[in-house]
Design a protein around this ligand. Structure first.
Ligand code: DC
Length: 226
């Protein structure tokens, strides 16, 4: 039987990692764990509960109580938190900013780390985020760091928000994701960075199908080497 790998995909906002990780997981028939969705859910629920997104004690306690599950719905991955489907609600850019804020809190990261590792424990998993190759799954069989030029990332996110029916201004989205990347890269705990043993894949100008082809080639090479 073919070995089922543990695959870590990291990268900055709108680098294409969500689409790439989802397509790769579907192609391989692996589980897909979107850790950004977990931070987004914590941010959303913190805000709905009237908490300050930088209040470590309160938001950490909230995160520790939550139970996360992912389920496929056709081609889409849905996230359930304590049984509630939060898939649509977490996608607004404001939820991304709240996610980035709560993600600076060590208590929140510790609460999600255990659940993320538990979700990956059986292998046959693609997990994407900011610290998967460096902190969550340092022993992953394959680590990829996806990046793209800041302008292209802003364009992708603007298109995505418009497709979802929202109005999005390119320059505003550009400054929002730049600020978020800065916060994600400079926080003290588990900042966004390429793991030393991760393969860098620049997706600027590449359609999702081409990114998938390259990822599949990396998977084949990894399987052949083991
Ligand atoms: O990938 P995303 O845009 O859905 O992630 C939202 C925020 O969550 C991101 O700005 C930082 C945080 N995050 C994190 O700190 N660590 C992860 N593994 C995933 C996301």
């Amino acid at each position: 039987m073919t070995r089922r790998l543990t695959i870590a995909i990291d990268g900055p906002a709108a680098s294409g990692k969500g689409t790439a990780a989802r397509m790769l997981a579907q192609k391989l028939d692996y589980a897909y764990i979107d850790t950004g969705a977990m931070y987004r859910a914590v941010g959303l629920l913190a805000r709905q509960s009237g908490l300050d997104c930088f209040d470590g004690g309160a938001v950490g306690a909230l995160a520790a109580r939550l139970r996360f599950a992912f389920h496929w719905d056709g081609d889409h991955l849905r996230i359930f938190v304590d049984g509630r489907d939060l898939t649509g609600a977490i996608r607004a850019e404001a939820a991304g900013q709240d996610a980035s804020a709560v993600a600076t809190l060590p208590a929140v990261r510790a609460a999600l780390l255990d659940q993320q590792r538990a979700l990956a424990q059986d292998g046959g998993v693609v997990m994407d985020g900011r610290d998967i190759g460096t902190v969550v799954l340092p022993q992953a069989d394959l680590k990829v760091y996806l990046d793209a030029s800041p302008r292209e990332r802003a364009r992708r996110r603007t298109d995505e928000l418009r497709r979802r029916g929202g109005s999005a201004d390119l320059d505003q989205v550009f400054s929002e994701i730049s600020a978020r990347d800065h916060q994600d890269r400079t926080r003290a705990t588990a900042p966004l960075r390429q793991a030393d043993d991760a393969i860098l894949l620049d997706t600027t100008g590449l359609p999702p199908s081409a990114v998938l082809t390259r990822l599949l080639a990396l998977v084949q090479a990894r399987l052949a080497a083991s």
